[in-house]
Design a protein around this ligand. Sequence first.
Ligand code: HEC
Length: 339
Amino acid sequence: MPKPPAQFGGASAGWGVGGMMCLLCASACITVATALTPSPEPVSHPQTPELDQQFWKVLQSGDYEQISSVEIPIKAAYLEQPRDPVLAAKLGFLHAWRVTERARLKEVGPDITDDLSMAQRYFHAAHRLEPDNPIYHGFYAAYALADATIHDDPKRLTQAGLESRNAIRAWPEFNLFTFAYLTHALPYDDQRNADAVADLDDIIHRCIGDAPPSSASDFAQALDRSTHAPDERQRRACGNTDKVPFNIQGFMLNLGDTLVRQGDLERAQFVYETLQQTAEHAAWPFHAITETRLQNLQVNVGRFQKNPPRGTPYINPTDRAMFHSSIACVGCHQAAEAP
Ligand code: HEC
C-alpha cells in the first residue's frame, strides 16, 4: 500500500528531528497554514434570484410547514455552487427558523438540535464568503454560541463569544438584538439577561437618538419615525421595511417579554402600551397578543422565567415569551397579508 506523502503527516514523516519540530509547532503550523490558504471568491448561482424570492414568500407568509419545500431546491443549487453566499445564508435561516419556532411542531425530538448545528454550518459558509456582511457574521456567531453550548465545547464558546463582539461592533443596532434575544435560552437569573435589557435599551437609544420619552404615545411615534430614518442602516435595523414588515412590533414585544422575565412589570407595561400605540400595530398579524400580555403581566413572570423543556410542543404564543413561541421569527417577518 503506498504511503501518504510526508507533507501530509503520514507515517513516512517518521519521528526524526523534523518530526519533533513538526510536533512542537503542530498547532502553530496549522494556524499559519490555514491563515495562508486563500478564501474562495463568491459566485452567484443563476437561479439565486428566483430561489431568494421563493424563500421570502414562505417566510413572509409565516408558512413554517413549507420550510422543506424551499430548503430542498436551495440546497440542490447550493451543492452546485457552494460559493454562493446568498444561498448559504438562506439555508442557515431556514434551519434557524425550523429550530427557533419548534413550538409549532407536534413532537419535538432531540434531533431538532441538528437544525441548530446546520444553521451554524451554513452561516459559517455565508460569513466566510462575505466576511464583511454583518448579518451573516452575527448569525454565524449566535448559532456557534448555541451549538457550542449544546455540545459543551468551552473553546468554541470562547471563540464564538469573541466573534459575537466583532459582529456587534460591525452593526450594533442589528447584532445587539441577535445576542440579547438569545439570552431567553439561558436561565432567567443568569446575569446576561439583565445585560440583555441594557443592550435592548442601547438599541432604542441608537434608533431614536435619545432616551425613550415618558409618554407611550410619544415613544411610539419616535419608534415609528425610524421607518423613515435617512440613514439606510438605521432604517433597516430599526424601522419596518419590506423584508421585516413588523420589526418595531416584534422588537417591542420581545422587550416587554424580557422585562417581564426580569420581574420589571412597571416598565414591561409601559413597553406593551407603547407597542399598542405604534402606527402599524393594528395591521400586525399578532396584534391580539399585546392585550393578553397586558392582562397577564403578573402570571407571565412565572411562565416566562421557566424555560419550556426542550421537546414540549405548544402552539399558543400567548403564554410563552416570544423567543420560545411559534412567532419567534415571524413576529417580525410575517407580512399583514400573504405576499
Ligand atoms: C425583532 C425582529 C426580528 C426577529 C425576531 C427576527 N428578525 Fe430577521 N431580521 C430583522 C431585521 C431588522 C433584519 C435586517 C433587515 C435588513 O437587512 O434590511 C433581519 C434580517 C433577516 C433576514 C435577511 C438577511 C439577509 O441576508 O439580508 C432573514 C432571512 C431573516 N432576518 C430571518 C429571520 C429568522 C429565520 C428569524 C428567527 C430565527 C428572524 N429573522 C428573527 C428582524 C428580525
